[in-house]
Write a protein that binds this ligand. Sequence first.
Ligand code: EPU
Length: 419
Amino acid sequence: MEEVIKINGGKLLNGTIRVSGSKNATVALIPATVLANEKINIIGIPNISDVQSLKEILEYLDVEVSTVSEEELYIDPSKMINKTLDIDAVSKLRASYYFMGALLGKYRYCKIRMPGGCNLGPRPIDLHLKGFRALGATVEDDGTFITLSADRLIGTRIYLDIASVGATINIIMAAVYAEGTTVIENAAREPEIIDTITLLNKMGAKIRGGGTSTITIDGVKRLGGCLHEIIPDRIEAGTYIILSAAMANHVRIDNVIPYHLDSLISKLKEIGVNIESSIDHVDVYSSPKLKGTSIKTMPYPGFATDLQSPLTALLTKAEGVSKVTETIYIERFKHCEQLNKMQANIEVNCPVATIKGPTPLVGTDVKATDLRCGAAMVIAGLMAEGTTTIHDIYHIDRGYEDIVSKLTALGADIHREVI
Ligand code: EPU
């Protein structure tokens, strides 16, 4: 028995779709709360399975989690116990690695299983570990567990060889209680990092430079409670914008910070999408004629790797040859094989995919090989003639809240089925 998503394609979409709180911010904010000694109130939590896994980890650590509503949590770490993190939930998502920085920062000790997450090719964490070592921690890796320990953590200057989102956030968390000042050079600049810094500063941390390549952390002795609302999910928003570019008559994507999506919106305008952005929403209108283009994924504010798969699905509809170059995860092209099953014409020579279009897609059985491949399959299914059946949808549920209900409300013919 398996749950799948079935889509009967070709329906024009109309209406408003509301974007949830950012997954990649939430998965950093929840571990960050354990650095506090008081209750934290977080609003705008997306209802996705990654959040369930993080709640399991918190509860395992004796952190009290109370649900005020679906979107609002109280997290009280005042009675927490730092235990070895060897529960299954740790392996279900990549972001469980944020407990390394948080627990090392608070207790000078953390023992944790290797984190899981989407299989996008090699995903090393050497830069996280380099940062912890620079702060004074000893790192042991026995192949199953990573153990971090330190007598003292002392602020220092850390240069990241790659502007890694995960390493930047993890080092910030390890450094908030360190003695003296830590400076991270070549830090990543993603909005999710700024959101994490905003939460930590509300808790009493002293962090400057969020959103720039140099982040400075002055160590503090205590962090307290606060109230924080999570930023909207720019990748969920981008997915719905791309999907609307393919199938909308008129769709409004609401609860968006449009400047987080500048690189996507200008690319879509360039290929012929009728799109208008306002302060907190984006309108997409019917866009019958699209032309092929070239894109290259880059760290923020460049074109997001997480939107590469959804955009590739759309580009099968564009006239001419498109080239997609992936610079963050050079093997992130599993969606192309699935799109080809639907009669797309895509050739992959890592790190470049060449898409020849337009090729009308035809529904068939496909797999969500990872979260954003799943999003690409949903978009392709909406575009395709006939029925598309998407397997392995647990990947989609990790990052898209209620995707079936949200799209049904726009007029899509989409449902879940147990087969
Ligand atoms: N890298 C290293 N060493 C490290 C860390 C990263 O070589 O120690 C490399 C990675 O292999 C990759 C590049 O640096 O080639 C950038 O990786 P980064 O650390 O920035 O990625 P991440 O923190 O593991 C987050 C998101 C990803 C998103 C990337 C890039 C979370 C939980 N994940 O991953 O999101 O693709 O940043 O923006 O925030 C997704 O949402 O589908 C997803 C995969």
